[in-house]
Ligand binder design. Structure first.
Ligand code: HEM
Length: 406
């Protein structure tokens, strides 16, 4: 089958929009779950419809912690737990400690050789990853209806900048040199996030705002998790391919592996985690592409994201440029859904000069054709990295106790 890029699909326009809206309105059971666990990292599984599966271990446990009023104490204790190799803090409730000791273990299919290749990938492509996680994955999350609703009505929705910095921590940790090693932080970040998601599953159904808007009773199913997963590594890889960035097969497999492990640690069942890029791409066509659609909540979240650079000394991260980047990366349909205005100067510059810029950066073209555009784009990438390093300085991920009060 010819490769369908996200942008081309989205450029197809209205038909997809109608399809997306339909998928959201349709009951979850309407389309049978087709993807076979034979394509998963485990190569086998029950094949249960992931729209009906949540997190059987973490959900009852965190619900019980909330009911027992133990979450503030647990958050205090877990603030000191930051490194993968660090013992869990003393004093955690026994049921939580037992769960975390088990949840922090890497699966038997962990491949350290592949993780070394992931380090190479991240070092060589790190400059692109800021803009890709932020403005391909981050913006895409605002047109994933169920995620947009969950985020908007949960506690973090009240302070988007804080929330973004916590999510950026995960992007930063997964790409760091020692991500899964004892001195890294990705295992800690993922296990804490797994607890946060379990809390959200207990709390959001109590929010009248969410209950009125959401098409489901319990948020963040395994299916939803995979949708968001594809908005991250699959979307990043699709975009890099579209930009014609040459990536050696080993490094591409390494990057995938770092996200397979992240999925596992976030509580995604191994039977849903794709084993290869081919499997990931085929699953994304089923789970991600058809569900993208605008919601009032997502439009508001996107509006906040466009102001991410406001008030900072990062002149290229202005609202019009970030808008043009979104349109360039996610296509006209999504940009129009999000009411992002067309930006003639930057839009044209990106359309015309981004391809040659990448080719020069990657050593595929000898010299910048338009040196000014080249250095502007290079500076743009650098400012994204600065944004992550300074403004979005990681803060501790904590279990929420309530929803967005607004
Ligand atoms: C919290 C990442 C899937 C909704 C978080 C946090 C991270 C994260 C790092 C902690 C940040 C914070 O405390 O604000 C991820 C990743 C996912 C994923 C990597 C999949 C691979 C989902 C999905 C949904 C969702 C599918 C909803 C459909 C939320 C919500 C919070 C949260 C509502 C809580 C924010 C709060 O404290 O109010 N997620 N997430 N996430 N996530 Fe996810």
């Amino acid at each position: 089958m010819a490769e369908l890029s996200r942008r081309n699909i989205l450029k197809a326009g209205g038909a997809l929009g109608a399809l997306g809206a339909l998928a959201v309105a349709a009951p979850a059971q309407a389309r049978p779950w087709k993807w076979s666990p034979a394509g998963s990292v485990l190569g086998t599984g029950s094949g249960a419809d992931p729209r009906q599966v949540w997190d059987a271990e973490a959900d009852p446990l965190v619900a019980s912690l909330l009911d027992r009023g133990e979450v503030p104490r647990v958050n205090d204790l877990l603030r000191t737990w930051t490194k993968n190799g660090q013992p869990l803090p003393a004093g955690l409730p026994a049921d939580l400690r037992d769960f975390m000791e088990h949840a922090r273990q890497l699966p038997p299919w962990t491949d350290w050789g592949k993780l070394d290749s992931a380090v190479e990938f991240n070092e060589k492509r790190g400059l692109y990853l800021g803009v890709l996680y932020g403005f391909a994955s981050g913006m895409m999350s605002t047109v994933i209806p169920k995620e947009a609703l969950a985020v908007y009505y949960s506690k973090g929705g009240a302070n988007m900048k804080r929330r973004i910095s916590k999510t950026a921590k995960l992007g930063y940790d997964v790409g760091s040199r020692n991500a899964f090693r004892p001195d890294g932080e990705m295992i800690v970040t993922s296990v804490k996030t797994r607890l946060v998601h379990a809390a959200v599953r207990h709390l959001l159904p109590q929010s009248p705002h969410w209950a009125n808007a959401a098409p489901e009773d319990i948020p963040i199913s395994q299916h939803d998790m995979m949708v968001t997963w594809h908005s991250l590594p699959t979307t990043v890889m699709r975009t890099l391919r579209e930009w014609k960035v040459p990536i050696p097969a080993g490094e591409s497999a390494g990057f995938l592996h770092s996200w397979q492990l992240s999925g596992h640690l976030l509580g995604i069942e191994d039977q849903y985690i794709p084993a290869t890029w081919e499997q990931a791409d085929s699953q994304a066509v089923d789970v991600l592409d058809p569900i993208l659609a605008p919601t009032p909540e997502g439009i508001k979240l996107a509006d906040t994201l466009l102001d991410l650079g406001a008030g900072l000394d990062l002149t290229l991260l202005s609202r019009p440029i970030l808008g043009a980047l979104t349109r360039f990366m996610l296509g006209d349909t999504v940009a129009d859904w999000l009411h992002i205005p067309r930006e003639p100067v930057w839009g044209t510059l990106l359309d015309v000069a981004w391809g040659p810029f990448i080719a020069v950066r990657e050593g595929l073209l000898p010299l910048p054709m338009a040196p000014d555009a080249y250095w502007t784009f290079d500076e743009l990438l650098r400012q994204f990295v600065l944004l992550y390093m300074s403004e979005l300085r990681p803060i501790s991920i904590e279990i929420p106790e309530f929803n967005n009060p607004n």
